[in-house]
Design a protein around this ligand. Structure first.
Ligand code: ZN
Ligand code: ZN
Length: 304
């Protein structure tokens, strides 16, 4: 239903064994990418997922490790003969940054559309995705993203009957169609019960721990969070560089209580992040020190 792949887990620079952090979501034939650092398209190739159906790319911010892979990815999407428009979402300066990168990828067989974020919190709907963007606290303007797949309510037979809705329309209404017939407008809400819990993934990197992150990560099926440093004595450096330690990430998770947290955006000096995982799990037990290509297939809960 919603496939998530953490394509890479590195911060600052790609390494021979670690690509830069980026996340891809797939749902109903539409793919969404968050961030595109140097080498993201190689990570995608390693995963075996096609870049062609990427309909949206969200940028957290414009540091090179999150954006410099874009020209190559656009050219590859062009070579795959993509013709549908591509939507780019990012903080203020989006078009200026992309235009500069596009100097080396000027001709593409598809249109690029821009959606520049200006408010501290914004919500938009693109294809199957509800995208929440919220401003965090880094050296430059930076946003975290929560990607949700909403789920409608169950078909409610009693409601449909009590409102005398023609039976032959039930199926179409249940699938989300609004139908006009004999001067009456029938909407899906007329035959559906209350909305059920959908799916929710929160991605947040390059920031100090700020309360808004826990707010959006709350009740997420998956919370992917920056953990730049795991070693002792890195707290001051994390503060200075506006990044987070594993333990700061775990405290956000403890507050938000997602089903699981994956750490990402490791410092290049941190070669074995899993060494620190026991200590992190003392704060938030359901933490994974993610490795490149870690994937999960999220499904709606059958019991709802
Ligand atoms: Zn970064
Ligand atoms: Zn950064």
């Amino acid at each position: 239903m919603l496939d998530i792949c953490l394509l890479g887990t590195g911060g600052m620079m790609p390494l021979p064994y670690r690509w830069l952090t980026a996340m891809m979501a797939r749902c109903d034939g539409s793919s969404l990418l968050i961030d595109c650092g140097e080498g993201t398209q190689i990570a995608l190739k390693e995963k075996g997922w096609s870049p062609k159906p990427i309909d949206v790319i969200c940028f957290t911010h414009y540091h090179a490790d999150h954006v410099s892979g874009l020209p190559g990815l656009l050219l590859t999407m062009g070579n795959a003969e993509r013709t549908e428009p591509l939507l780019l979402i990012g903080p203020k300066g989006l078009k200026r940054v992309i235009d500069a990168l596009r100097i080396i990828a000027p001709e593409l067989p598809f249109e690029i559309r821009y959606l520049e974020l200006s408010e501290p919190r914004e919500q938009l709907k693109v294809g199957p995705y509800v995208i929440d963007a919220y401003r965090v606290n880094h050296g430059v303007i930076c946003y975290g993203y929560t990607i949700s797949i909403p789920r409608t309510g169950k078909f409610d037979l009693e409601r449909a009957k009590s409102q005398n809705i023609p039976m032959k329309l039930w199926n179409r209404l249940q699938k989300g169609e609004t139908i006009e017939q004999d001067g009456v407008c029938y909407t899906p809400e007329m035959v559906l019960g209350p909305a059920r819990r959908g799916l929710k993934v929160t991605y947040c990197t390059d920031t100090r721990p700020v309360p808004v992150i826990a707010e959006y990560a709350a009740d997420s099926d998956l919370f992917i969070c920056e953990g730049m440093y795991g070693e002792d004595g890195k707290e001051a450096k994390a503060r200075e560089k506006k990044h987070m330690t594993f333990y700061e990430a775990a405290k956000l998770a403890k507050e938000a209580q997602p089903k699981e947290m994956w750490l990402t955006h490791y410092s290049p000096s941190l070669t074995r992040p899993e060494e620190f995982i026991d200590k992190v799990r003392e704060i938030f037990p359901r933490t994974i020190a993610a490795k490149d290509g870690r994937t999960v297939e999220l499904e709606f809960d059958d019991n709802e």
